[in-house]
Write a protein that binds this ligand. Structure first.
Ligand SMILES: Nc1ncnc2c1ncn2[C@@H]1O[C@H](COP(=O)(O)OP(=O)(O)O)[C@@H](O)[C@H]1O
Ligand SMILES: [Mg+2]
Length: 453
């Protein structure tokens, strides 16, 4: 007998994916679960006697979605389904167990099981512990490939771990290695599934009516969403671009945040239209100034002219032991700084301005190779005590965004205005800058903000 099943291009990519861990994730209606059911069928037929497990978090979901889809799709001539044990048996000896994990410990019902392929549908409904435990059930001496293939929308309880495991480490659609295994994330969009958009043209309209967070998750398949996100204007689709050769005539900056705990440097080029492109990053922990300076210089190719290297004012405070500032030490090692401001509120507003589309396009783009900035910027949360600021916890997320903030505040204030801004009331951040500054720095700050009150 011949099977006639049509699949979308993305479903084909999912079916062909040979990585040890595969995630097909994104918009609701993109055809992910259907792809999963077709892939399980093809696996069962290709590998006689193979064993697979397909999981949903609850039995009701399993029954309504995957079992129903399998019953309508799998030809009765080649398989039978036992509706009390939820086991599907093929005539070539392959089996598919349909299972669920309602509680955290439900995974132990698979303690003595062995599978060639385990499939999670709606992976973000599971916990990482459940996932990792079930990975250990992949085994068997039959020589068949051992894989975990998952599908999901963003936004469930497991959103963060799934994003960290699959979405953040590499550009979308590119395989990568982790802990000795290969992984891939295949993004899914509603437009990938012409079967649905043709048969139900109003589906998109119904998703459009959802509240913003749900809409971003279910319609856009956006992974950068969660309650309390500080940069809610950030969007992977809008702000991340593939690297390109930057014309040598564009003005280039470096901007950094430095502490012994972490150095974060961003290289940013300005297009003639005034759009900023973060084209390189370097983030490293535990570097003394000599090594930090050397690392910055090493990563700036010869012939790449840097117009200014921007640094926050705290690098101008004097060390009690040596009487020197960090800025002067960097200068001794060959990196001269231009001082930016540490006014957090103005700085974050300036970042938000860059992210917001103006005339159809934002003013800030990030090369897809700048993983750290791409990871940290959308992960910052609103400070609960001061909603105009972002939280400084977890601290490790703050360094690359702080470097960007230094650039943003420098860039968005036209140079002729920079000395002329008059303020009568100084914020605590301005006072902090002032207290930390040396003589010349204090004169500069007074010129910038006006006399302190
Ligand atoms: N290759 C296909 N052929 C026919 N119908 C499809 C195909 N892929 C998906 N569909 C249909 O499109 C709808 C959405 O697919 P589904 O797999 O449930 O999406 P998701 O799991 O991404 O939310 C379902 O009604 C499904 O039957
Ligand atoms: Mg689904």
């Amino acid at each position: 007998m011949t099977l006639s099943i049509k699949v979308t291009k993305k479903q084909k990519t999912f079916i062909d994916a040979a990585e040890a861990e595969v995630l097909f994730g994104g918009a609701a209606g993109g055809g992910k679960s259907y792809g999963q059911v077709v892939d399980a069928l093809l696996f069962a037929l290709r590998y006689p006697g193979s064993k697979q497990l397909i999981l949903r978090r609850s039995f009701a979901e399993l029954d309504k979605s995957l079992i129903r889809a399998a019953l309508s799709l799998y030809p009765r001539e080649i398989w039978s389904f036992n509706s009390s044990s939820h086991v599907g048996r093929f005539i070539n000896g392959s089996i598919i167990d349909f299972g669920y994990c309602a509680t955290e410990s439900d995974v132990y019902q698979y303690q003595s099981a062995e599978y060639d392929c385990i499939r999670f549908d709606e992976l973000t409904h599971f916990t990482e512990a459940q996932y990792v435990y079930l990975l250990s059930r992949l085994r068997g001496a039959n020589g068949y490939p051992k894989q975990v293939k998952s599908t999901t929308n963003p936004g469930g309880i497991g959103h963060t771990w799934v994003k960290e495991r699959f979405v953040d480490p590499a550009p979308r659609g590119s395989a990568f290695a982790a802990l000795g295994m290969t992984r891939i994330f295949i993004p899914s969009l509603l437009d990938d599934n012409a079967f649905l958009t043709a048969s139900d043209p109003n589906y998109r309209t119904r998703l459009l009516a959802l509240p913003e967070r749900e809409r971003k998750a279910l319609l856009d398949g956006d992974w950068d969403i969660f309650e309390g996100q500080y940069f809610s204007e950030f969007s992977r689709e809008r702000h991340i671009i593939e690297p390109f050769e930057i014309p040598s005539s564009w003005r280039r900056y470096r901007t950094l945040d430095y502490g012994l705990d972490r150095l974060a440097v961003l290289w940013i080029a300005l297009s003639p239209e005034g759009r900023a492109y973060v084209y390189r990053e370097y983030c490293e922990s535990d570097l003394p100034i000599s090594r930090a300076a050397a690392a910055i210089l090493e990563r700036t190719p010869k012939g790449e002219e840097i117009y200014a290297t921007l640094a926050p004012p705290d690098l101008w405070s004097r060390s009690q032991e040596t009487g020197k500032t960090k800025a002067s030490l960097f200068s001794e090692f060959g990196v001269n700084f231009t001082r930016t401001s540490n006014d957090r509120e103005c700085g974050w507003l300036a970042v938000k301005e860059l992210l917001c589309p103006r005339g159809g396009a934002p003013s800030l783009y990030i090369f897809s190779t700048c993983f750290e900035l791409i990871r940290c910027l959308p992960a910052l949360t609103v400070d609960k005590l001061k909603p105009t600021d972002c939280s400084t916890e977890p601290h490790e997320l703050t360094h690359a965004p702080d470097a960007l903030r230094g650039f943003a505040i420098y860039h968005t204030r036209p140079s002729e205005e920079r000395g002329a801004v008059r303020r009568t009331h100084w914020s605590p951040d301005m006072w902090e800058d002032y207290r930390a500054a040396d003589e010349a720095g204090r004169i500069y700050l007074k010129q910038k903000y006006g006399e302190p009150t």
